[in-house]
Design a protein around this ligand. Sequence first.
Ligand code: PHE
Length: 341
Amino acid sequence: MQEINNLREKAKLELEKVSSTKELYDLKTTFVGKNGLVTGLLRGMKDIPAEQRAEFGKVVNQLKEEIASYFDEKEKVLVEKETFEKFEKERVDITLPGVKQKSGSLHPLNIVKNQILEAFCGMGFEIFEGPEIDSDYYCFQALNIPKDHPARDMQDTFYFSENVLLRPHTSPGQVRTMEKKAPPIKILSPGRVYRADDDASHSPMFHQIEGLVVDKGVSLCDLKGLLDEFVRIIFNSETKTRFRPSYFPFTEPSVEVDVTCCKCHGKGCSLCKGTGWIEILGAGVVNKKVLEMSGIDSEVYSGLAFGLGIERITMIKYGISDIRTLFENNIKFLSQFNRRK
Ligand code: PHE
């Protein structure tokens, strides 16, 4: 009995000193754990006279419950204290100014591409995307550029083999559409194009958008109206257009379209090299030979086509003088286009 009382007192005394749940759980094991002191008492049972054993067992079990309940009480107090301390430590000062998160934004080329697509889609165009790796047939022959044609020198093309190449323009999109779809056709074909060219105004990879309209009675007038409207949407209503005669094997007649310089408004400056005009795209009435090669009756239908460079329009719109800035991923440059800033 003495030993039992001693153990009870010892447990109380030790419990007094405990100041954390960790200590408490360790101490609990020391007393009431599987190899603990109280369990140790039960092991001494064999030395107790048989008639007293039952009584002894009862008292020890009572002691075990009693000690366990002391621990439970203390545990409640400690858990509450520790939770409070944890919350205190994690307290947030809601009066402090917030930490501003940086947000990403669309790349200027995507901003302008979306604006161009939107402008034309508003006029009823659909989008058709062709492959970046294409054949000699789609890139040249079907566009009235035969193998020995001098117009092949207009583009420095990357070849994989004699017949397989990285498309140097999006014009194969015209052919692929005409082969698949019967007129009326009104499509845009955006995508990457590749040419062996690399300086401040040329990049070996750049983006074009091709436009094609095929229907009965389509003429150069429609092309002019369409592109005037496009320029008004992409630049502004003050920007004027100029159609210059030009040459492309796949259009006849062919034109190059200039807009009044957005920097000097036509007076002449370094951006427009003193001319007051900046070239933005190539276009024309689809060559009858091209329509026929793609299975369209050129006696019934006629078409117009245009091809523009997204980089070029982006550079003119935002006054960017070196095309390479568009591919360097300089955050300082790109963040200027973040409208949420
Ligand atoms: N494919 C021509 C180029 O890349 C542009 C163009 C497209 C011209 C359609 C006329 C008609 O330069």
